[in-house]
Design a protein around this ligand. Structure first.
Ligand code: SF4
Ligand code: SF4
Length: 401
């Protein structure tokens, strides 16, 4: 296993592979369609990870309908390895600020109550790093105004947490603002070779490195979608290997290799569901060549070609420009199209449908469209938004968990 330095503040040395606990194996109830964590299989995965050198575990208050922290905590206690690993978890501003939940009179009281519950579930007296979950443009203002960082500093002063960080979804400008606001110990961002021009972009990776903030990557395989490429993508990998004599690599290895190449990256999280996936990840992260600088110019060009080919498989030419927004009915138009395009690009709708379930729960799915037509007048791509929303909804609806 490769190990890397975890930023400049905490002095941690961590496995470059982190186990993400949001896609643990599940058992689905055939009657009501509800899924719950398959504890035996999850324990097996956690045990295997620890035994093979993984010392970084990432979970969150809300993962697996709030069950992930408890499963991880019980497993680490059972295997008596709490002190050998780093536990990182998170709570979102929306949960802290829900004062109807009975956690106290203020947002800071709520945050404390949630942390205490989390520590109990994880069966530990401290967290290695505690994150504010999923900061983005809409929640960053509230996070600052309610002085959430002050609350976290108090937790640290009491020895309940060791490091303070945040996970982030949004663009580079807001990320820069968040990163510059405080001396964070770590930040967690979405990156993979498909997203190099999206989210924080590569600029985000470079900035975190310049500031010495530990950088953790989530969604390295885009929710697993990069692991099973459609035929035109497979053909590109095979052609490259044939023409250059490069060793045969799986699509998973190509995607990890892109991220392992960055010296700024401390940990790459992989949310494995099966032992076979975990074993493959561990094998890749244990290769002597899986170090910063591993990607050759030729390999970099290959991944650019693969990205372009993936993008050519999009069904709706939405650029995500947001000019059509806001929709008076709350429909998350570019988000719906992004999920539909992901399904078409990757030839797999499982992850887009799961993600659409959350959009639906938030009341922002395409079924809310009343065909007023306001968005179509503003779309520079001339997309027939009303019809395309219907097509996307039919394909994305119906995921339950
Ligand atoms: S047509 Fe539908 S999606 Fe577009 S603005 Fe009107 S309600 Fe919203
Ligand atoms: S205006 Fe058109 S291209 Fe831009 S986000 Fe909306 S649908 Fe996509």
């Amino acid at each position: 296993m490769q190990y890397r330095i975890y930023g400049k503040n905490l002095g941690f040395k961590v496995s470059a592979l982190g186990m993400g606990c949001m896609r643990l194996p599940q058992i689905v109830d055939e009657v009501n369609g509800r899924a719950e964590v398959d504890k035996d299989k999850a324990f097996e995965l956690i045990r295997y990870a620890v035994d093979h050198g993984v010392n970084y575990f990432d979970t969150a208050y809300g993962y697996h309908a709030k069950a992930s922290e408890a499963v991880l905590g019980e497993a680490l206690e059972t295997f008596q390895c709490r002190d050998k690993v780093k536990i990182v978890t998170k709570q979102p501003f929306g949960v802290m600020s829900d004062l109807s939940s009975g956690g106290g009179k203020t947002i800071k009281d709520n945050a404390r109550r949630n942390l205490e519950n989390t520590l109990a579930k994880l069966r530990t007296s401290y967290l290695d790093v505690y994150l504010i979950h999923a900061i983005g443009k809409s929640s960053w203002g509230d996070t600052k105004q309610e002085k959430i960082i002050e609350a976290y500093e108090q937790f640290r002063a009491e020895g309940l947490i060791r490091g303070i960080g945040f996970s982030y979804h949004g663009d580079f400008d807001c990320f820069k603002d968040v990163l510059s606001y405080y001396s964070w110990d770590m930040c967690q961002i979405q990156q993979n070779f498909i997203d190099v021009e999206r989210e924080t972009t590569v600029q985000g990776i470079r900035l975190a490195g310049e500031k010495g903030v530990a950088l953790v990557i989530m969604e390295p395989l885009r929710g697993g979608l990069l692991a099973t490429p459609p035929a035109p993508i497979k053909a590109l990998y095979e052609e490259y290997e044939r023409e250059t004599g490069a060793p045969q690599r799986s699509a998973v290895e190509w995607a990890f290799r892109h991220l392992l190449n960055y010296p700024e990256v401390s940990v790459i999280l992989s949310g494995t569901t099966t032992l076979a996936q975990l074993a493959e990840d561990i094998e890749i992260f244990s290769k002597p060549e899986s170090v910063p600088g591993c990607l050759t110019d030729g390999e970099s060009e290959l991944l650019s070609r693969v990205k372009t080919k993936y993008e050519s498989l999009k069904a709706i030419p939405c650029t995500g420009c947001q000019y059509c927004m806001p929709c008076a009915q709350g429909v998350e138009i570019p988000g719906v199209f992004a999920r539909y395009n992901d399904g078409m690009m990757f030839g797999n709708f499982d992850q887009p449908r799961r993600s659409y379930m959350f959009t639906t729960r938030a009341g922002r799915d395409a079924s809310k469209c009343v065909a007023c037509g306001a968005c179509e007048k503003k779309c520079p791509q001339g997309i027939n938004i009303i019809d395309k929303l219907k097509t996307a909804h039919e394909k994305l609806k119906g995921w339950i968990e």
